[in-house]
Ligand binder design. Sequence first.
Ligand code: OGA
Ligand code: NI
Length: 359
Amino acid sequence: MAETAPPLGAQHSAASVTCVKKLSESPDLNSIPSCYAYYTNPAETMASDHHDSIPTIDLSLLTSDNPDHRSKAIQDLDKACEEWGFFMVVNHGIPEQLMRAVIDVADEFFNLPEEEKPEFQPQNVLEPIRYGTSFNTAKEKVFWWRDFLKVFVHPQFHSPHKPQSLREVVMEYCKRSREVVRKLLKGISESLGIEESEMEKSLGLNSSLQIFVANLYPRCPNPDAAVGVAPHSDHGLFTLLIQNQVAGLHIQHKGNWVHVTPRPNSILVNTADHLEIFSNGKYKSVLHRAVVNNMKARISIAVANGPSADTVVSPAPHLLRTQDCRPAYVPMKYKDYLLTQQGSQLNGKSSLRQVQIQD
Ligand code: OGA
Ligand code: NI
């Protein structure tokens, strides 16, 4: 049970909130403060062991010279995006060592003394380097059991100065991630029947906004009564996620929560809101959440890959023309969408619903 007198974060002003890492290290913490008490709806069920059927995409087939292999891979990608909004990518070309290095350097970052980290809880949600806790403590009644570092890494690269190797490792990992995303988007453009160049132009992909997010989920004394990240969809096109050896990601599939146990050396990919908008609802963004545990701290690296910040995104005109259908979403500048989403309390797909046209 959660304590009744919350020692931290009770006023919900950014200044009074501490990072969860520090809280979890308090020597006599036997239960969580009540401002972290998060109860899941008991009616929401976990799927039984469903994870074997989570789709896998072999990126080397998607870019193969063999047309049969390629068209099969494109079909698989289309199906994975349409039926799951989630898949594991293998043969992605990112060295395992680099994936490990980026997780290690995030761990090092979180272990720095607080005074060596960037400002905690900056007010502006579009600031290029943000270090904080939960999601938006100024707006939330219940906090999430996670600390984060969010850095804008493309089209302009930013990085905290410490730890020393962070800049180089993150730069390389994010560059490689963009290559993966470009290949996935090329596959998507083919399955939607849209010229690649048209998609690039409509989404401003040459100056795509890429955000590096490192999440730390410290051990939690009441893991069943707290949440790492509450159910939400991501704002961009595709999010790429890797983690240390600790599980915790759940995705929603056919109304059930499915545990994700990644294949070794794979990258987890989920479809996000702007892919849903661009595809006029063909590829729905997937709801996902992160749970916590009382055994071992979990670190995940989520790289959000979106359109360019100044692009006004709307359902692809080509789709509306060829399928003779009406747009299901109103056009909105990606930056404005981000401001709305990041500036509020994150709640399921509520940001997307604001641009959805109801018939
Ligand atoms: C995110 C997110 C899940 C995880 O950062 O948007 O959904 O498993 N993270 O860390
Ligand atoms: Ni997410």
